[in-house]
Design a protein around this ligand. Structure first.
Ligand code: GH3
Ligand code: MG
Length: 326
């Protein structure tokens, strides 16, 4: 494919607001000469409407206009979209220190005075556009970094750090929304540990062990698939599932489905003392999130339940309520 057939990025859109027709035309021509798209309006109200609907790359805003002046218009534009950094460049005949301060206080990114020095204006707009593009790239890189920082490299599941954050968030949501006021729906956890996994590694090697953990991760994700559910890798061969707004019965139902799905997957494990395939032990716990109950107790009871599942024969799910009297 030649370059000309590739979709070309559309040129930046410049919004011009000025009540003087001649100035609007001059600005339009100067910007079009640079290859930008231009929309021009004659007053503050129209500037705001165009800003909201078109989301331009840069705004050239006259400070003195009848009706809403440029300073007010600039502050309003700044307040619409959270995190919006669209540069607003004020153009004005006023160059007294107060007006300059007012413009920057209102959120203007730059300021040029009339009569316009055209090469300077061109360079300023170019620089503002470069800043916009750099900022967008930084933001995208940042988001990708945040995504990567919350994932477990081997399984692609949420990692422990992400688990902690989500549990905290769901807990606060449970307390706030008063899940306990209706039928006492609860926040449930399922702590999952692969049975005899050391023997699996010893028999099949670490690489096969890694592949096994990936397969277990897929099973867990397949089973816990409500939008609010979160499956995370808790440690080496331990996984944890957060089931918000889910009762003890619901959590045990999910746990039994996990065991059944592991049975269906039937990953061979010749050395296991439990079965001829890979099995899991699950510790399940549920609590009504309140400001008095605690996440630590919920985790501790899931851990104790897992211990019971291990000691009573593995390949099973055991439930234990948190001991709230502590
Ligand atoms: P149990 O049934 O009581 O849970 O016994 P187990 O052998 O599963 O438990 P143990 O805690 O003795 O051993 C866990 C093993 O998991 C040891 C460790 O080498 C292995 N492991 C932990 N993380 C990873 C990993 O990322 N990849 C692989 N391949 N193995 C891992
Ligand atoms: Mg284990």
């Amino acid at each position: 494919m030649t370059d000309s057939l590739l979709p070309q990025p559309s040129p930046p859109l410049i919004l011009i607001a000025d009540d003087e027709k001649m100035m609007r035309n001059l600005l339009r021509r100067a910007m079009e000469k640079e290859g930008y798209q231009v929309v021009d309006v004659t007053d503050g109200e129209s500037a705001i409407a165009a800003y909201q609907s078109l989301q331009p790359s840069v705004v050239l805003l006259d400070a003195i206009m009848p009706g809403m002046d440029g300073f007010t218009c600039c502050s309003k534009m700044r307040s619409f979209f959270e995190g919006d950094r669209t540069p607003i460049l004020m153009i004005t005949a006023l160059d007294d220190p107060e007006s300059v301060d007012r413009a920057f206080d209102a959120g203007a990114a730059d300021y040029v005075t009339k009569p316009i020095h055209w090469p300077v204006l061109r360079q300023r707009v170019k620089r503002l556009l470069q800043q916009v593009s750099m900022f967008q790239q930084l933001e995208a890189a940042n988001q990708e970094l945040q995504r990567l920082a919350s994932l477990d490299g081997l399984t692609g599941l949420a990692n422990r750090r992400c688990f902690d954050q989500v549990l905290e968030k769901e807990w606060r949501r449970g307390v706030r929304e008063g899940w306990n006021t209706t039928e006492a729906p609860q926040l449930s956890l399922i702590l999952c540990d692969v049975d005899c996994f050391k023997l699996y590694n010893d028999t099949y090697g670490h690489q096969a062990g890694d592949a096994c953990l990936q397969a277990v991760a897929r099973v867990l994700q397949q089973v816990a698939r409500r939008p609010a559910d979160l499956v995370a890798r808790y440690g080496g061969e331990e996984f944890i599932v957060i089931l918000p707004n889910t009762s003890r019965e619901g959590a045990m139902y999910v746990a039994r489905n996990i065991l059944a799905e592991m049975r269906t997957c039937a990953i061979s494990h010749a050395a296991s003392v439990v079965s001829d395939r890979v099995t899991l032990s699950l510790g399940v716990s549920s609590v009504v999130p309140t400001s008095e109950s605690s996440q630590t107790l919920l985790l501790a009871s899931a851990d104790a339940a897992l211990y019971q599942a291990k000691t009573s024969g593995r390949d099973r799910a055991v439930f234990q309520s948190p001991d709230l009297s502590e």
